[in-house]
Ligand binder design. Structure first.
Ligand code: ADP
Length: 198
C-alpha cells in the first residue's frame, strides 16, 4: 500500500514523474489536470463545465474537483494505493482528502514536493506550448497559474510539513535523475518501489 502525493508549481515536472513513479510502485497516477483535459477534449458535460476555468488557468471549484477525486479513488485499481498529482491544491481539498482517507482508516505516506525556480518553469511551459499547444500554456495564463499556485497551493506545503510528510526534491536535471532522487528519498522513508527499471 503506497499513498503518495506530488506537489509543486506548474511546470515542475509532476506529470512526468507521476507516470514513472506510478509504474515503479504499481499504483495508478491520478491527475486531476489529466481528468479535466480528457473531459474537455471529449466534450463531456464535465468538460463543458470546466473548460473556461482551464483555459483561464483558474482552479476548478472545489466541490466539483472533490467529487471527481472521491469517485476516482473508489475505483478498484486505487484500492492498493495511488499517486495523486495536482490534488489537493487548496486547503478545502486537503480537508476533503483527509475525510476520504479517514473514512477508509488510511493516510498519506509521503508528500513529494518537486521544486523548480520560476524562470525554469516558465521556459519549460513555453516549450510545451510550442510542442503540444495546451490552451493554458500561453505566457499570460502561465503567469496567472503561477500566481494561483503561490496563493492557494504553496500554503499546503506548510500543512503537510507540520505533519512530517514532506520530502523536497530538486526538479532540475534530467527526467531520470529526478526520478532517482525521488526513489532514493522514498526508500529512506521505507517506501521501496516494486520495479526500479524504468
Ligand atoms: P499544471 O500543474 O501544469 O498547471 P495540471 O495539468 O495539473 O497543470 O492542471 C491543469 C488545470 O486543471 C489547472 O490550471 C486547473 O484549472 C485544473 N485543475 C487541476 N487540478 C485541480 C485541482 N486540484 N483543483 C482545481 N483545479 C484543478
Amino acid at each position: 500500500m503506497t499513498r503518495l502525493l506530488l506537489i509543486g508549481p506548474p511546470g515542475a515536472g509532476k506529470g512526468t514523474q507521476a507516470e514513472r513513479l506510478a509504474l515503479a510502485f504499481g499504483v495508478p497516477a491520478v491527475s486531476t489536470g489529466d481528468i479535466f483535459r480528457y473531459n474537455v477534449t471529449n466534450e463531456t458535460p464535465l468538460g463543458l463545465e470546466v473548460k473556461s476555468y482551464l483555459d483561464a488557468g483558474a482552479y476548478v471549484p472545489d466541490t466539483l474537483t472533490n467529487a471527481i477525486v472521491a469517485d476516482r479513488l473508489q475505483e478498484a485499481d486505487a484500492a492498493s494505493g495511488f499517486l495523486l498529482d495536482g490534488y489537493p491544491r487548496t486547503t478545502d481539498q486537503v480537508a476533503e482528502l483527509d475525510r476520504l482517507l479517514d473514512a477508509e482508516g488510511t493516510q498519506l505516506d509521503v508528500v513529494v514536493l518537486i521544486t523548480a525556480d520560476t524562470d525554469e518553469v516558465v521556459t519549460r511551459l513555453l516549450k510545451r506550448a510550442a510542442e503540444q499547444g495546451r490552451a493554458d500554456d500561453t505566457a499570460d495564463v502561465i503567469r496567472h497559474r503561477l500566481d494561483v499556485y503561490a496563493e492557494q497551493t504553496a500554503p499546503l506545503i506548510d500543512v503537510y510539513s507540520a505533519r512530517g510528510l514532506v520530502v523536497t526534491i530538486d526538479g532540475l536535471g534530467a527526467v531520470e535523475e529526478v526520478t532517482e532522487r525521488i526513489l532514493a528519498a522514498l526508500a529512506e522513508r521505507g517506501l521501496r518501489a516494486s520495479t526500479t527499471t524504468l
